[in-house]
Design a protein around this ligand. Structure first.
Ligand code: GDD
Ligand code: MN
Length: 350
């Protein structure tokens, strides 16, 4: 199923025109929001990276929203600001740790730009990222945009980058049809007007994907652009990070459609079909893998079935030889673990 979907999208949709009025000369004010919790190792690079953007400096405003970090994050920000006094940088300090979704909702009341860009503290953007991203917002149908993604550090970087190449094609192709429900806080640009009208979704889960899906259900487009690039490191425990992200993705697929119908003006569109396929891929498909593997092992061990042996052998060879398949298989396992873990904790704060 995933392969058929991938081939279909790549052959039929990936090279389609955008059907968006792109204006290269559009230069709106941009408000960048970076939430931080104990980011003293990354925050300086993040600020430097914003300054290196090829976008008029006077149009960029930065909010750091810090949730009571216990490390040197705020001191690093202060030192950086002393060296860059011309920057429009503001710091919001939350008295306690409240999670990322709450943090990004804070500065919205002060943001001066019509475009908000959320960027995690550990992300690095391509130098043209803002410039390439805003041109899509010249068209009022675009509500949100996320970057094509890569990893710049971390032990499992190679497997993940191989998987991401395949993932990026899916996201861009879905975006050409209408929207993709899978966005990333590494770089997510949002039209402020949308947030003023509909607010942020307010349940636990991946705020980035929830915002994208919510926006698409209301009828705007939530796209991943193939010419905007951003990078993140893999840090901390690989298993924990992957399972947490899977938990959040599952919550998004279980909650956002209902939420949009209840809290906003749900609009039927081509996005519904994309949603259904992705819903299947995230909610059902991982369990098919588990059930089929179980049945094959049972057939092999208890019934000595030769077909089961052959199928398992084919799967094993592809698993060993093909990195993408390996990445995808692990992803299914993370999704299965995530369902079980979601019963214990929703990981709103990590
Ligand atoms: N202010 C604030 N308060 N910021 C926080 C908090 C908090 O309680 N918790 C995390 N953050 C910040 C981090 O400092 C970082 O800038 C950003 O949120 C993302 O956290 P990471 O620790 O880098 O997590 P990630 O790389 O796995 O994040 C990805 O997955 C998350 C969902 O599981 C991103 O795509 C996030 O956007 C997404 O929320
Ligand atoms: Mn991160």
């Amino acid at each position: 199923m995933p392969l058929v979907y991938y081939w279909y999208l790549k052959a039929r949709c990936f090279n389609r025109p955008w059907n968006i009025r792109i204006d290269e000369s559009y230069r709106p004010n941009v408000t960048i929001i970076t939430p931080t919790y104990n980011e003293d190792k990354f925050i300086q690079k993040r600020l430097d990276n914003i300054c290196e953007q090829r976008y008029p400096r006077e149009l960029v405003e930065i909010f750091i929203v810090d949730s009571a970090s216990t490390d040197r994050t705020l001191e690093v920000v202060k030192d950086w600001f002393v060296k860059h006094p011309e920057t429009r940088l503001k710091v919001i300090r939350e008295p306690a740790r409240t999670g990322k979704m709450h943090a990004i909702s804070e500065p919205l009341k002060y943001a001066s730009g019509p475009i908000i860009i959320v960027g995690d503290a550990d992300s690095l953007w391509d130098r043209n990222a803002i410039k390439e991203a805003v041109k899509y917002f010249a068209d009022s149908s675009v509500g949100a945009l996320t970057a094509s993604l890569g990893y710049y550090a971390g032990k499992q970087m190679d497997v993940e980058n191989t998987y991401r190449r395949f993932y990026n094609v899916l996201r861009a192709a879905e975006s050409k049809i209408h929207s993709t429900p899978l966005h990333s806080g590494v770089l997510q640009a949002i039209r402020k007007e949308f947030l003023e009208k509909f607010g942020l979704p307010s349940y636990p889960g991946s705020e980035d994907c929830a915002i994208a899906s919510y926006i698409a259900f209301v009828g705007y487009r939530a796209i991943q652009a193939d010419d905007v690039w951003a990078y993140e490191p893999l840090r901390g425990s690989y298993l924990r990070t992957k399972v947490r992200r899977a938990q959040h993705n599952i919550l998004n697929f279980l909650l956002t459609k209902k939420y949009a119908k209840k809290h906003a003006r749900y609009v039927k569109s081509k996005f519904d079909l994309i949603w259904r396929v992705e819903w299947y891929l995230y909610i059902i498909n991982p369990w098919l893998l588990v059930v089929c593997l179980g049945l094959m092992l049972y057939s092999l061990i208890a019934l000595h079935n030769a077909t089961a042996l052959l199928l398992l052998a084919i799967g094993g060879v592809i698993f060993a030889a093909n990195r993408t398949f390996r990445g995808w298989t692990f992803q299914q396992i993370f999704l299965v673990i995530a369902v079980i873990r979601n019963f214990r904790t929703k990981e709103t704060i990590w």
